[in-house]
Design a protein around this ligand. Structure first.
Ligand SMILES: [Zn+2]
Ligand SMILES: [Zn+2]
Length: 188
């Protein structure tokens, strides 16, 4: 006999943390996707500042690893349970990668999504708020999926498929495939 049928459902919290000023619409997009996918409760927290020491002037980008560590540290200081997703409008990089849309550690408490390169305008295309929101939603689900222990998925439509280019993000759906859903115990 298992106890899973009788356990009271209890929602895990995902704290949405603005790292520097972030438009409210971005949180709505991320929160909507996370709540639908993982059945979590999302809370928007007070903004923290982008740390100048994480800025690399020669690249005009912030170090994604340093921002992720800041998010993790802040969440621990605040004694937040569940997961914390940092959101920033900054452009971020990791060593050996020109840029990343987001970063997290598998099974960790924190994740980060950077929206700068999710804008069509960044690539010389006309603004498209609906497309931007979809991309934010997908990247938020992807990075928080890692925090919930999910790895990368080869299914082309699965949100856990890695995105190295914007085209990758646009091609995948905003949903977990059946196999990832089965693997992700928080969604049930
Ligand atoms: Zn990934
Ligand atoms: Zn999958």
């Amino acid at each position: 006999m298992t106890t899973s049928e009788t356990a009271a459902p209890e929602l895990v919290t995902v704290h949405l943390l603005p790292v520097g000023p972030v438009p409210a619409a971005y949180f709505r997009a991320a929160g909507h996707g996370l709540a639908r996918t993982f059945l979590v409760h999302c809370v928007v927290e007070d903004t923290i500042q982008l740390p100048p020491e994480a800025y690399e002037p020669s690249r005009r980008q912030f170090h994604a690893g340093a921002l992720l560590e800041l998010v993790r540290h802040h969440a621990a200081q605040q004694r937040w349970t569940g997961k914390t997703l940092g959101l920033t409008v900054a452009d971020v990089f990791l060593p050996r990668l020109n840029f990343v849309f987001g970063v997290s550690s598998s099974g960790g408490s924190a994740a980060l999504v950077a929206t700068a390169r999710l804008h069509p305008e960044f690539w010389g295309l006309p603004a498209n708020p609906a497309s931007l929101n979809q991309r934010i939603e997908k990247e938020a689900i992807h990075e928080v999926g890692h925090a919930f222990g999910l790895g990368h998925c080869a299914n082309p439509t699965c949100v856990m498929r890695p995105s190295n280019r914007l085209l990758d993000t646009d091609r995948k759906s905003a949903a977990l495939c059946d196999a990832c859903y089965e693997r992700c115990t928080v969604a049930r």
